[in-house]
Design a binder for this molecule. Structure first.
Ligand code: NAD
Length: 457
């Protein structure tokens, strides 16, 4: 049986349909079931949410509370997430397809921890008095900005929302959150829990809808003081343009990745490196901004490494996300699944060798599943090495030495995260041998001081 989910927007403390009455279907990628109809917010709904957030800010119903009180309420909000953790985890799993055990242990807990952390910070961050002559007084005061617009993606819906709303609320701002159209449900529930915890109506509003219809009006809004965005690099660039086109609001963007994971032949524990390489790309179905999707293995250990990686892949076969043993669930929706499968085809077409997976899985369920997929023989110019796939696809490249791998790893427009596996700390930090003595440790420091440098390391 389907749980009854309320897809209406939450504006000024009330659950509301979109002003033009339009909705969109919220379909579960677990099995294709319709979860609920969600309010399709547009310009007028965003305007109403911003008016409500502005009014709440101006009358200081939140920002005017004593810090200790704001802290108490935020910590209660975090507690509410934990108290309702099973419900939130189920909602997240049904809405975006991740395994329920991770939705509960990772998403709910991390979102609650984030809100608690910022709640705790409310009465611990002090203002400053700048050093001046005795005839002057200069104060550095931390003030809320006003109305913060938040736009988030679908891969960790609760965590992404918490990363933005928690600091904004802790500082005393009002918030208008636009969740992804692919995973809007937990954001709406979070805003209800915030109300129950004591965050006053109007302070935290949620407007579900599509990017161009609800996201753009928020980013372009003349009465929004700051826009905080997590999502693709393509849309992130547009967000900065929209901020500039409107009121030059501050824009913070956290964008995509194509992270390199580099394994040198001297890696002290190859089994651990293989487990991490495979486990991290398949975690959350590969739908993580920092997924180590480019694996660079030193040529001399390549065959051995690939054999171990392929042996682990079947352990990540997708299964019902509602089953507590499942480690890989469903891709968020059919559009994203088709994108992933298109990348698999491009890998084959451009000459990479498909070692494992590459197919849609569990087709009979009506859900969106893709096998864990490993490509070897990938080169840096191939599409699967350059573009963010955002699915369970590992591209394995090889390298000959440090200079080669640094060059290849940097052949990317992305720069989110990197990992290096080696027993040599100098190699890990990219230190090259000293041209005078060949010793690695002295290189970053000027040559004549190199013996001291060895000591320092
Ligand atoms: P996306 O950019 O397509 O969408 C993100 C959000 O922006 C959604 O809410 C969407 O509705 C909205 N949006 C889309 N078009 C818009 C427009 N024209 N104006 C305003 N808003 C618009 O990204 P996605 O597919 O939801 O998420 C995946 C991306 O997010 C990946 O690139 C991933 O790497 C990135 N991500 C980054 C981080 C990080 O911390 N760096 C974390 C998670 C995800």
């Amino acid at each position: 049986m389907n749980p009854q989910y309320d897809g209406r927007a939450l504006i000024d403390g009330k659950r509301l349909t979109a002003q033009d009455g339009e909705t969109f279907d919220c379909i579960s990628p677990v099995d294709g079931r319709l979860l609920t109809a969600v309010a399709r917010c547009k310009q007028r709904d965003v305007d109403a949410a911003v008016v409500s957030a502005r009014a709440a800010f101006e009358d200081r119903r939140w920002s005017g509370l004593a810090p200790a009180q704001r802290k108490r309420i935020l910590i209660k909000f975090a507690d509410q997430l934990l108290a309702n953790g099973d419900e939130l985890a189920l909602m997240e799993t049904l809405d975006m397809g991740k395994p329920i055990k991770y939705a509960r242990a990772v998403d709910v807990n991390s979102a609650a921890n984030c809100i608690r952390w910022y709640g705790e910070a409310v009465d611990k961050i002090y203002d400053e008095i700048a050093p001046t002559a005795s005839t002057a007084l200069a104060l550095i005061q931390r003030e809320p900005m006003g109305v913060v617009g938040v736009i988030v993606p679908w891969n960790y819906p609760m965590i992404m929302a918490a990363w933005k709303i928690a600091p904004a609320l802790a500082a005393g701002n009002s918030v208008v959150l636009k969740p992804s159209e692919k995973s809007p449900l937990t954001a709406l529930r979070l805003a209800e829990l915030a109300l129950e915890a004591g965050i006053p109506p109007g302070v935290f509003n949620v407007v579900p809808g599509f990017g161009p219809e609800a996201g753009s009006p928020l980013a372009l809004h003349m009465d929004v003081d700051c826009i905080a965005f997590t999502g693709s690099t393509r849309v992130g660039k547009q967000i900065h343009v929209m901020a500039g086109q409107s009121n030059l609001k501050r824009a913070w963007t956290e964008l995509g990745g194509k992270s390199p994971n580099i394994v040198f032949a001297d890696c002290p524990d190859l089994d651990k490196a293989v487990e991490a390489a495979v486990g991290s790309i398949f975690f959350n179905q590969g739908e993580s901004c920092n997924a180590p999707s480019r694996l660079f293995v030193e040529a001399s250990i390549r065959e051995q490494f690939l054999e171990k990686a392929v042996a682990l892949a079947p352990g990540f076969a997708p299964a019902n996300p509602l089953d507590s043993d499942t480690v890989m669930g469903a891709i968020v929706d059919k559009t994203q699944m088709d994108t992933v499968l298109r990348y698999v085809e491009s890998g084959k077409r451009e000459g990479a060798s498909l070692l494992y997976g590459g197919e849609q899985a569990l087709v009979d369920t009506g859900g969106c599943y893709v096998q864990p997929t490993i490509f070897a023989g990938v080169t840096s110019d191939m599409t699967i090495a350059r573009e963010e796939i955002f699915g369970p696809v590992l591209s394995v490249l090889s390298f000959s030495d440090v200079a080669d791998v640094v060059r290849q790893a940097n052949q990317s427009i992305y720069g989110l995260q990197a990992a290096v596996w080696t027993r040599d700390i100098n190699q890990a930090h990219g230190r090259r041998p000293c041209p005078a003595c060949g010793h690695r440790a002295c290189q970053p420091i000027r040559r004549r001081r190199h013996h001291r440098a060895v000591w320092r390391l």
